[in-house]
Design a protein around this ligand. Structure first.
Ligand code: SF4
Length: 192
């Protein structure tokens, strides 16, 4: 398998060290959704397929989503309405297609509506929110200006590549073209 594997107990740690901004945003939002216990469809798909790509097994994925969602909709409704779509993503329902995680291109070209949180932060965040997100990842000073220059020129994947390099203190010559590539390249550096 080309992607690294994670289990549910590692997810918080690897999210902090190796998730790209688009997934970090959804993941932290999900963590914080204590009042709402909810993430809309677009966000669930984007994050859910990414987690599948990083090697979260179906049972762990069900446990991950159920922990929050069932607090809002109840365990029974979760099992009926939401577990189906998670199983579906894993190719266990419907046409049994094994859905692949979204690429940067697909995420960048998505059009999140009001209340949606999927999409690419470089494209969809305000400058202020993007700066705050970068600072949180430990990107500061000149590196932030360099990232912002790429964003202004709509080179979102280059902005992400510069972010990766600033966070890891290591070059990423191939450039970022997939959130799961960001993750596996990051894990390679972390584990070396
Ligand atoms: Fe995610 Fe790709 Fe955007 Fe980076 S460039 S935040 S990996 S969609």
């Amino acid at each position: 398998k080309e992607f690294a594997q994670i289990s549910l107990k590692d997810i918080d740690d690897v999210a902090k060290s190796s998730f790209p901004p688009c997934m970090r945003h959804l993941f932290h939002l999900f963590e914080k959704l204590r009042e709402d216990h909810h993430l809309k469809h677009g966000g669930r798909m984007q994050l859910g397929l990414f987690l599948k790509g990083v090697g979260l097994k179906l049972d762990d994925a069900l446990a991950f989503w159920k922990a929050e969602f069932s607090r809002k909709v109840g365990a029974e409704r979760f099992d009926k309405e939401y577990s189906y779509s998670i199983r579906h993503n894993y190719g266990r329902e419907g046409k049994r297609t094994d859905y692949t995680p979204y690429s940067c291109q697909k995420i960048i070209s998505s059009t999140p509506g009001v209340g949606d949180h999927h999409g690419c932060p470089y494209r969809n965040f305000s400058e202020e929110n993007l700066r705050a997100a970068l600072n949180k990842m430990g990107v500061t000073g000149r590196a932030v200006g360099d990232v912002m220059d790429k964003v202004r020129n709509r080179h979102y994947q280059l902005a992400c590549t510069l972010t990766f390099e600033a966070v890891h203190g290591s070059s990423c010559d191939a450039g970022i073209n997939h959130p799961n590539q960001y993750f596996s390249d990051s894990q390679k550096i972390m584990q070396s």
